[in-house]
Design a binder for this molecule. Structure first.
Ligand code: GLN
Length: 195
């Protein structure tokens, strides 16, 4: 089974570890550079992207993780994790930095101007298993405002993409780790295995 790390500096780490373990992946937290050794993929969880950005520097993880990502380590980012993967962040804090491996422009807290948190059923392209909508939980979520030529939109709320994929990098604005529906993590594991 593939070994998947979950960036464990802040955020909903435990929920991702459980989701991955339920799908028979070997899931383990990543807190220091040596934890990156032997990974087949990595999850960047939801939480607070500004805090995670700061902690990446404090724990000296930014550079080694940046290198692994740019070498093509498959990655899945949910919510704050999507922000950390993006090439461009709108409404970010001036000091926050992202890895720039997913060619999208995201706007932080984009739905927040209308409503902080909400749930909705989403059509989601390309999921394994039953072709039924995904129950999506949004918590001060970003949306995608621009997608690069190599980026596929897998789900949207109105005109705003909320799930995207570029090669073996996947990102969602919402939190599938909190619902018990494992199909999004299943898709990520399929992407990992395809390598
Ligand atoms: N608003 C958070 C951020 O900008 C993301 C929220 C979340 O991950 N649930 O990082």
């Amino acid at each position: 089974s593939p070994t998947i790390g979950v960036l464990a500096l802040q955020g909903d780490v435990a929920e991702h570890l459980i989701a991955l373990a339920e799908l028979d992946a070997t899931a383990r937290p990543v807190r220091r550079a040596s934890d990156l050794d032997g990974l087949d993929g990595i999850v960047l969880p939801g939480g607070e992207s500004t805090t995670m950005s700061r902690l990446l520097d404090v724990f000296e993880l930014r550079e080694p993780l940046q290198q692994r990502l740019h070498e093509g380590l498959p990655a899945y980012g949910s919510c704050a994790g999507m922000i950390l993967l993006a090439t461009e962040v709108l409404d970010g804090r001036p000091d926050q930095r992202s890895f720039g491996v997913l060619d999208i422009t995201v706007r932080r807290n984009a739905f927040g101007r209308q409503v902080d948190s909400f749930e909705t059923d989403l059509e989601f392209t390309g999921l394994p298993g039953e072709q039924t909508p995904v129950r999506a939980v949004f918590i001060r979520a970003p949306w995608v405002e621009r997608t690069g030529a190599d980026v596929e939109v897998l789900a949207a709320v109105g005109e705003h993409p909320v799930a995207v994929r570029q090669g073996r990098t996947l990102a969602t604005s919402f939190h599938p780790e909190v619902t018990g529906d494992r199909r999004v993590h299943g898709l990520f594991l399929e992407m990992v295995r395809a390598g």
